[in-house]
Design a protein around this ligand. Structure first.
Ligand code: UD1
Length: 339
């Protein structure tokens, strides 16, 4: 039996794919998820992929007594902490709910970890901490900019809280700064499940291709980029998931009991919105209806990752192409439409 890892938010998009990557690497994941933004069907998908049930607690992560009892019962060796609210717009409307949920649960989790002597923590952070960078690609040394949203601020403050705790207590932690995760497991058993109208580009594209939305609106084509549309670093969610296993391994093997570090997780490549549309059209074999609309408030012009540090220290690199990610996202959408 491999080390047991608690995955908070393990029924979510990145969380569920990380559960697969952990199990495939010989770890034993345990899920804690309140299903406030995920579906129980994810557990069925995980069972199909892994051929076994993954233990799951359908409970709030911000529960000190529960966390301690899970840690003891399963003899947890490390935690990957995904559980958080993530809607940028909503975070501006409901700041207290975001600070309470995202930071409250993190503090409770670390309290429980210290009480039970658990010393390995992987934290979901975001490239949003870099804001609108002066010169992409961004390294981990690129200055963090004042957060543009409450959601982004919860990630920045979360990183700072963890750094301070690691300096004072025997806790090894890593913050992973995600760029834009897309795609789905190639089996189409798990994938992204946005509720309502998707905010993110790829779910909007796949829903448009499936006929659920009339047309994609590209938010602005007058940006200072080669084709005028914004540039992002899109990474296959399974590549991202595998990076969590590498980060966990790195933390567990590290001798310094006060280890704290941050790593970028992206493909290292920037693609424009129009390039994504074109690549998707090649994958699906059909033209995608789209029109150009006004810029979306708060959008960053261009950001992509320098992934040298992740590659050097974590020994991780991406293995899947943008086309594969789009093909997997499309397969997942078609499966959803058929089910
Ligand atoms: C968003 C969040 C970010 C979060 C990330 C991953 C904002 C401001 N930022 O980033 O905090 O970490 O998702 O979940 O919401 N686009 C269109 N039309 C659409 C949708 C998107 O043109 O209908 C464009 C956007 O302008 C952007 C690109 O597609 O240039 C990617 O957008 P999106 O998928 O929402 O991700 P981000 O804005 O990068």
């Amino acid at each position: 039996m491999g080390p047991k890892i608690l995955v908070t938010g393990g029924a979510g998009f990145i969380g569920s794919h990380t559960v697969v990557a952990l199990a495939e690497a010989g770890y034993e994941p345990v899920i804690l998820d309140d299903f406030s933004n995920s579906e129980s069907s994810v557990l069925t998908g995980l069972r199909s992929i892994l051929g076994k049930d993954i233990p799951c607690y359908a409970r709030d992560c911000n529960d000190y007594a529960l966390l301690r009892s899970i840690f003891r019962e399963h003899q947890i060796s490390g935690i990957i902490h995904f559980a958080a609210f993530k809607a940028v717009g909503e975070s501006m409307q409901e700041p207290l709910a975001y600070y309470r949920n995202n930071l409250g649960s993190l503090i409770t989790l670390m309290d429980a970890m210290l009480a039970e002597g658990i010393s390995n923590l992987i934290f979901s952070s975001s490239c949003t901490v870099y804001g609108n960078p002066d010169q992409p690609p961004v390294t981990e040394e690129t200055p963090v900019k004042p957060a543009a949203s409450v959601y982004g601020n919860t990630k920045q403050i979360g990183e700072e809280i963890i750094r301070d705790v690691c300096a004072a207590k025997p806790l090894k932690a890593i913050s992973l700064r995600y760029f834009n995760p897309i795609g789905a497991h190639p089996s189409a058993e798990i994938g992204e499940l946005p509720r309502g109208i998707p905010n993110n580009l790829v779910p909007f594209i796949t829903q448009t291709a499936a006929g659920l939305r009339k047309s994609l609106t590209i938010f602005g084509n007058d940006y200072p980029t080669p084709d005028g549309t914004c540039i992002r670093d899109y990474i296959h969610v399974m590549d991202l998931a595998e990076a969590h296993v590498s980060a966990l391994r790195y933390a567990m093997a590290h001798a310094d009991v006060h280890l704290y570090d941050t790593f970028n997780l992206g493909s290292g490549q920037g693609n424009s919105v129009l390039e994504l549309v074109q690549q998707f059209e090649q994958v699906s074999g059909s033209p995608l209806p789209y029109q150009i609309g006004p810029r979306r408030e708060g959008d960053v012009v261009a950001v992509w990752a320098d992934v040298q540090k992740s590659s050097n220290l974590l020994g991780w690199k991406t293995r899947r192409t943008l086309k594969e990610a789009l093909a997997d996202a499309w397969r997942w959408q078609q499966k959803l439409a058929g089910s």
